[in-house]
Design a protein around this ligand. Structure first.
Ligand code: NAP
Length: 266
């Protein structure tokens, strides 16, 4: 059966690469796309792939009329929740790639998804090596009680920390809280220099030109250290395969599920 897909943010950096991936997949069809700037055009004329005739509309409400099985949300954190809720209420399952949604946002989305009987698969990072970092970090946290995370991205990235890191610390918190030798309140000097505490983990975000997205998960024990590092290059290619897998799997879910690892066999 062909999966009917709409992509919100289909003209963006991540959404256009995914749209080309969907166009080339034999088991899915891109039926419509969302972008305010290019509404009224075909997606192919915007992203230079003439065979892609999916119409572009300005809102998620308009593309829901195409009755997609799955809507992919790849826009901006400030509108993503509204898009996801509209898609669920319109009967679609949703794959969320947009970063910056909070745990509270996902709790609200989960309520809507549960009552609609639809699935939401949200992944802060669809790259396979980022998913592997998550899994290896979870294993490390079982044996090493202390860790911190460094989150690197380009200077223009507005949401902090990255969705990749939000998801990682959330998963680590389910293993156990990291041990802290000196409580943050007992520090001498500016507490901010120890980073932000998220789900119990200290997170340090670096925003500089030259980075696309990298994560260091550093685990320390007396006289030994483990550093797990994921690095992404400049293209959106790493995110396509994982997002296609999410589109294939999301219709088997109900409610919110976070992280691509939840549907990968490992
Ligand atoms: N999960 C992952 O693996 C992964 C990978 C890469 C990126 N991301 C995340 O995905 C998101 C998008 O990143 P990007 O770099 O692709 O951004 P981008 O290049 O700026 O593209 C944003 C897209 O969203 C559309 N858009 C923006 N605001 C909108 C609105 N209010 N209503 C409808 N459409 C809107 C834009 O079109 P118009 O401006 O024409 O409306 C454009 O098509 C970010 O949160 C990023 O962190 C996640």
């Amino acid at each position: 059966m062909t999966i009917r897909v709409c992509v919100a943010g289909a003209t963006g950096w991540a959404g256009s690469a995914l749209s080309l991936g969907i166009a080339q997949a034999t088991d899915m069809e891109l039926v419509a796309a969302v972008s305010r700037t290019h509404a009224g055009k075909t997606l192919g004329s915007v992203i230079h792939f003439d065979d892609l005739l999916a119409p572009v509309h300005a809102t998620v409400a308009e593309v829901i009329a195409y009755k997609p099985d799955v809507l992919v949300e790849y826009t901006k954190p400030d509108v993503a929740k509204v898009h996801v809720v509209a898609a669920l209420e319109g009967g679609a399952h949703v794959v969320v790639g947009t970063s910056g949604l909070t745990d509270d946002d996902y709790r609200e989305i989960d309520e809507v998804a549960q009552s609609a009987g639809r699935g939401v698969l949200a992944a802060g990072n669809f790259a396979i090596t980022a998913v592997l970092l998550q899994k290896f970090a979870e294993a490390a946290a079982r044996y090493v009680p202390q860790w911190e995370i460094i989150d690197y991205a380009d200077a223009g990235k507005e949401d902090v920390p990255s969705g990749t890191v939000r998801e990682l610390v959330n998963r680590l918190s389910r293993v156990r809280p990291p041990h802290k030798e000196v409580a943050i309140e007992s520090l001498q000097g500016p507490q901010e220099s120890r980073g932000a505490e998220l789900d119990g983990t200290q997170v340090h975000s670096v925003r500089l030109p030259g980075y696309t997205l990298s994560v260091d998960a550093i685990f320390g024990m007396p006289d030994q250290r483990l550093i797990l590092r994921h690095e992404a290059g400049a293209s959106a290619e790493p995110y396509v395969e994982g997002a296609l897998l999410a589109i294939r799997k999301v219709s088997g879910l109900v409610g919110v599920h976070r992280g691509l690892a939840t549907v990968m066999e490992m």
